[in-house]
Design a protein around this ligand. Structure first.
Ligand code: NAD
Ligand code: MG
Length: 388
């Protein structure tokens, strides 16, 4: 019998973390959990660590160490806390690591997992947006296998001619268009966090749901795809496809187009990365084409979704722009979720931050963190000056 593979889940209490643990727990003989991490949810982290007999559980918020220790008393699970412990857990060298922390907060642990040189399933797109070149360099230097979890990138990965990238004519990244694709423009200023997180097809964490509503998510994904597939920028096309069953497509030079299609359930791409290069059974529903009946497509509306243009321009300008944009967006989305700013203010804050803060290009990880921190401060200051 094969030895079980060791697995670590960074961000085990989130939406991607839940789906990942669901697949792992359906196959207890095949996977052995090394470490699970979370930000503040001690109760859920401890419960998941006990259920999966994890070796270690790490809570990022250091002040919650004793609570975690107490919750794990009488078990064999080691408790740890704080940002350093997070990086150490990622560096333990599990055979397979899911990087599913949200935001730039995931950059250090994700990079630590990459440097361990095994297989990393990447969901944490913000890390790649802020520090793409450095991350891809680390993947190369450490011989790491990086497998994309984001449904679009996983789809492209499945269709892409990895040994012959020159065969590719076009990569079509699909987008649902989010919940406000048809909302009258004058109503968009008034949408609430509840409306914004109600995605028509996917069930996801709050931040990425808001990013989908502004379409910043597609912008982040374009940047993510650019780093992952290393083809010229003009190869990519964004296409709105409201049913979210074609997860993305690759067109070859001869005109053939390969699409990866399936029900919108993240357990399909996660399962693809978990079993890779094999395939595993997942509980994702088989797509019923007769019931679906039609697939629609339209070009993205850059007027309605200015965040998408900001991302395209940031990628073209390169240097520090994607990191500044990502940091400002994280601040603005958090403020929107806390009802401090309106929905349309999100893109305005990002645009203004990009306008006012123009640092030199980062050449090290320290530079990226400095840019990220300063851009957050600038975005917060700009928010204060917004007309009420
Ligand atoms: P989520 O908010 O549901 O979960 C985030 C996880 O990260 C939680 O476990 C949380 O405890 C942890 N976390 C948050 N802040 C942290 C911090 N400062 N330090 C350490 N840990 C922290 O998010 P999600 O929807 O699961 O998304 C996770 C990542 O996957 C994001 O980068 C997102 O863009 C990407 N992604 C998600 C989906 C999806 O369907 N949810 C799809 C594609 C890509
Ligand atoms: Mg996606």
């Amino acid at each position: 019998m094969n030895q079980p593979r060791t697995v670590t889940v960074l961000g085990a209490t989130g939406s991607i973390g839940h789906s990942t643990l669901d697949l792992i727990e359906r196959n207890p003989d095949r996977y052995q959990v090394m470490a699970l991490t979370a930000h503040r949810n001690v109760k859920e982290l401890a419960a998941a660590a006990k259920r999966t007999k994890a070796k270690r559980a790490v809570i990022a918020d250091e002040s919650l160490y004793s609570a975690l220790k107490e919750a794990l008393a009488g078990t064999d699970v080691e408790a740890a806390a704080g940002p350093t412990a997070l990086v150490e857990a990622a560096a333990m060298g599990a055979d397979w690591t899911m990087a599913a922390i949200i935001g730039c907060a995931g950059l250090k642990p994700t990079l630590a997992a990459i440097r361990a040189g095994k297989t990393v399933a990447l969901a944490n797109k913000e890390a790649l947006v802020s520090a793409g070149a450095l991350m891809i360099e680390a993947v190369k230097n450490h011989g790491t296998i990086l497998l994309p979890v984001d449904s679009e990138h996983n789809a492209i990965f499945q269709c892409f001619p990895h040994n012959n990238p020159e065969y590719v004519r076009r990569i079509i990244i699909t987008a649902s268009g989010g919940p406000f694709r048809k909302t009258p423009l004058e109503d968009m200023a008034k949408v609430t966090p509840e409306q914004a997180v109600r995605h028509p097809n996917w069930s996801m964490g709050a931040k990425i749901s808001v990013d989908s509503a502004t379409m910043m998510n597609k912008g982040l994904e374009l940047i993510e795809a650019y780093h992952l597939f290393k083809v010229p920028l003009d190869t990519f096309e964004i296409l709105v496809h409201p049913q979210s069953v074609i997860h993305s497509m690759v067109e070859y030079r001869d005109g053939s187009i390969l699409a990866q299609i399936g029900s919108p359930d993240m357990r399909t791409p996660i399962g693809h990365t978990l079993a890779w290069p094999k395939r595993m059974e997942t509980p994702s529903e088989s797509l019923d084409f007769a019931k679906l009946r039609q697939m629609d497509f339209e070009a993205p509306d850059y007027q309605r979704f200015p965040a998408l243009s900001l991302a395209v321009h940031s990628l073209k300008a390169g240097g520090p722009r994607p990191a500044v944009m990502n940091a400002a967006n994280e601040i603005a989305v958090a403020a929107f979720l806390e009802r401090k700013i309106g929905f349309l203010d999100i893109a305005k804050i990002v645009e203004k931050t990009l306008e006012y803060y123009t640092p030199p290009a980062p050449s090290s990880l320290e530079d990226v963190f400095a840019i990220d921190s300063e851009a957050r401060l600038q975005a917060m200051n700009l928010m204060e000056s917004l007309p009420a």
